[in-house]
Ligand binder design. Structure first.
Ligand code: MN
Ligand code: MN
Length: 479
């Protein structure tokens, strides 16, 4: 029964008919692996500089400018027109960003979009956070997004954000990142006295109101003062940043892990860091668009805020920020802007909603259907639909579009896998995909497999990160 390459007829038939996924490390050449490692050096250092949505937008803007991108709003102000080959961007309220490379095709024929979110689960300060108790000063917090609260206690934390003073001045704050900086922490109960706590449900053991950040301990030296430790901390803040307690009301201060991105594993194949959901896809998509030169279709990268709390607000994907951006592109590249141009453009557009997918975790295999789940190191994850309990509230890509992408990726050697978000009825979730789909855009979720998602230290595979970047670039150039 021996035939080609010593393979039997059955073996050949098996290769032809049966769907298999492959390990991307095994399928990559040595120089590709090296490139993946190099790519992730840039990624890790970017993560360290961009731990909040504001910092991501700021860093991305700097890189965009050095790569020849021009502010779209400056182009509008100076009455310039858009021509093919131009690269433009807009930062929206410092928290979200859109970049575009103008293609040679008319916009009405549609654009190619990759979209990711640059906000991550974290702990925010309340607007009146500061208080003194038992000789210590603490900050009241309100967590942001889906966190497991027990993961955020007893670890070093940093404080990032902005304070708007009563005179309108904006003060940037970042404490806990430099080598000599102090860090902060949320204390946890010692096991010796945790008898009652340990009996509680995991979701109740640590409460939202219990997440108070340890912020100071030395009293101000004045017998007449009532809350000496609080005054001392305020005095330090005043000396360094020129702020008073009332300024917290108009501040956005975010508590994030104070540690840096690291290689994980003896072979260094994985990246461990805070905020990889979804900065891993945001970084890959950003790198892909920055490197584009002459494209036929206009290429757009949209980096949104507020995904972790439902894509709400005027910096989130549910808002008109994307539509407005495309409307501006239409206006600046045509003789006379009409509404139908915008509608046709959106309806003819395609998008990779670049977000992470929970990879199978050997410690928790039970929550996944392994035939329909992603694995670290097996390439780009295509997720046809999201949602909960019967796909409710999800986005479901059209089979035609999935087929088109499958063909594109197969033809160009992009390793991919198909996955859902966990077992049916185990839970679920959504991304920004549905908001763009609502505008008429063809959308599919397409990103990187991740472990420990939403924790302070999420884990991804270097080869997957590199493949996703290549896939996004390929999509811009060929879809
Ligand atoms: Mn996400
Ligand atoms: Mn998330």
């Amino acid at each position: 029964m021996e035939t080609v390459d010593n393979k039997t007829e059955g073996q050949l038939l098996e290769e032809k008919l049966i769907y298999t996924t492959k390990n991307a490390w095994e399928k990559s050449k040595e120089d590709e692996k090296k490139e993946a490692f190099q790519f992730c050096e840039g990624y890790k250092s970017f993560l360290d500089r961009a731990k909040t949505e504001r910092e991501f937008a700021e860093e991305a803007e700097k890189i965009a400018i050095t790569n020849g991108y021009k502010s779209l709003d400056e182009i509008i102000e100076t009455n310039q027109r858009l021509v093919p080959g131009m690269k433009v961007y807009r930062v929206n309220r410092g928290k979200s960003m859109i970049l575009a490379v103008i293609g040679s095709n008319p916009l009405e024929l549609g654009v190619n979009i990759t979209g990711a979110h640059i906000d991550s689960p974290r702990i925010d300060l309340k607007q009146n956070p500061l208080y003194e108790d038992t000789g210590l000063v603490l900050l009241k917090t309100h967590y942001y997004g889906g966190i497991k609260k027990y993961q955020w206690v007893a670890i070093p934390l940093a404080l990032h954000g902005v304070v708007i003073k009563s005179n309108g001045d904006k003060v940037n704050i970042k404490i806990g990142e430099d080598e000599g900086d102090p860090v902060f922490t949320i204390s946890d109960l010692l096991p010796h006295l945790a008898q009652d706590q340990m009996q509680k449900k995991m979701s109740d053991a640590i409460t939202g109101e219990g997440l108070n950040l340890l912020f100071g301990s030395i009293p101000y030296d004045d017998e007449k003062v009532k809350r000496k430790v609080k005054l001392n901390v305020l005095n330090l803040l005043s000396q360094k940043y020129g702020i008073v307690e009332e300024d917290f009301v108009s501040a956005e201060l975010e508590i994030v892990p104070a540690f840096k991105a690291k290689d994980v594993g003896l072979d260094r194949g994985l990246v461990g860091a805070y905020g990889q959901d979804d900065r891993v896809c945001a970084y890959a998509a950003l790198k892909a668009i920055l490197e584009l030169q002459n494209v036929q279709k206009t290429s757009i990268c949209v980096l949104t805020d507020k995904e972790e709390i439902g894509s709400v607000g005027n910096t989130g994907a549910e808002s008109v920020l994307f539509e407005n951006f495309v409307a501006d592109l239409c206006d600046l590249s045509s003789e006379k802007y009409t509404d139908i141009m915008l509608r046709r453009c959106l309806n003819n557009s395609k998008m990779l909603s670049a977000d992470v997918n929970p990879g199978v975790d050997p410690n928790y295999e039970g929550v996944q259907d392994k035939r329909n789940a992603s694995f670290l190191g097996k390439g780009l994850v295509m997720q046809k639909y999201t949602g909960v309990r019967g796909k409710v509230g999800g986005s479901d890509a059209n089979a035609e579009f999935v087929g088109e992408l499958r063909k594109l990726f197969n033809e160009h050697g992009i390793l991919w896998q198909s996955a859902e978000l966990g077992k049916v009825d185990q839970g679920g979730g959504g991304t920004i995909a549905l908001y763009l789909a609502n505008m008429g855009v063809e959308v599919i979720d397409c990103g990187v497999a991740i472990l420990s998602m939403h924790s302070p230290f999420e884990v991804t595979s270097k080869i997957d990160i590199f493949i996703s970047y290549k896939a996004y670039k390929l999509f811009y150039e060929h879809a």
